[in-house]
Design a protein around this ligand. Structure first.
Ligand code: ADP
Ligand code: MG
Length: 210
């Protein structure tokens, strides 16, 4: 299949909060099907970068080209509808909803019920524990399980570009290794491009596993 390239092209991006500049002159190119890791220290602006790519934090300057379209000032909703998904830092889930309900919420931009069923099946095959716990409240799951649920939820919309904010944060190395293998498998099955950010102070175990 002919690939569109690059899927995401960031050129001289700058942004920040109030008067504080956080990102300045950031450029990066992600081709379709790639799995890319951006590594930086705590406070370097990794979360800010992902939030800016999603449009939650506004860009001050530079350009974001997504799917060949100028998207620097597109709303987060437009970007999600055109196939971006973010797993926020800390693997946040809706603690008082069931595991299955959390997954269903991930598919709210999908109207094709067959696609929703097959995505859910793929998520359950990838993370069998989520099927076992389908009717359990998400808040009762362990940190690693919640991270799996957060990733599973993001995959429910079958995103073209999945962004993961420090998915290994707070998890034991063995759990991280398993998680990275699963992310790899899911991205292959759904042809999802992966942009992951990780903390450089916690070793390179994660990108190595990706
Ligand atoms: N909502 C916010 N308001 C003001 N400053 C913020 C906000 N979020 C992050 N920052 C600041 O921006 C810088 C980058 O933060 P962040 O993107 O969270 O870094 P990282 O994810 O790499 O740890 C830090 O100095 C942080 O204190
Ligand atoms: Mg962060």
């Amino acid at each position: 299949m002919e690939k569109i390239h690059p899927l995401l092209s960031v050129d001289q991006l700058s942004t920040g909060y109030s008067k504080k500049t956080v990102l300045e002159g950031v450029s990066l190119h992600v081709k379709e099907g790639e799995r890319i890791a951006v590594v930086g220290r705590n406070g370097a602006g990794k979360s800010t970068l992902l939030l800016t790519l999603l449009g939650v934090v506004k860009a001050w300057g530079g350009h974001i080209l997504y799917l060949g379209k100028e998207s620097t000032h597109a709303s987060p909703g437009e970007r999600v509808r055109s196939g971006m998904a973010l797993v926020p830092q800390g693997g946040r889930v809706f603690a008082n909803l069931m595991v299955r309900e959390n997954l269903e919420l991930g598919a709210y931009v999908t109207k094709d019920f067959k696609a929703i069923d097959s995505s859910m099946e793929l998520v359950y095959q990838t993370f069998p524990i989520l099927r076992t716990r389908a009717t359990q409240e998400a808040g009762t799951m362990s940190g690693g399980e919640r991270q799996m649920l957060a990733i599973g939820r993001a995959m429910m919309s079958q995103p073209k570009l999945l962004m993961l904010d420090e998915p290994s944060l707070g998890l034991a190395p063995l759990v991280v290794k398993e998680l990275m293998e699963k992310i790899h498998g899911l991205s292959t099955a759904l042809e999802t491009t992966i942009l992951i950010v990780e903390d450089s102070d916690r070793g390179a175990e994660c990108p190595g596993g990706l």
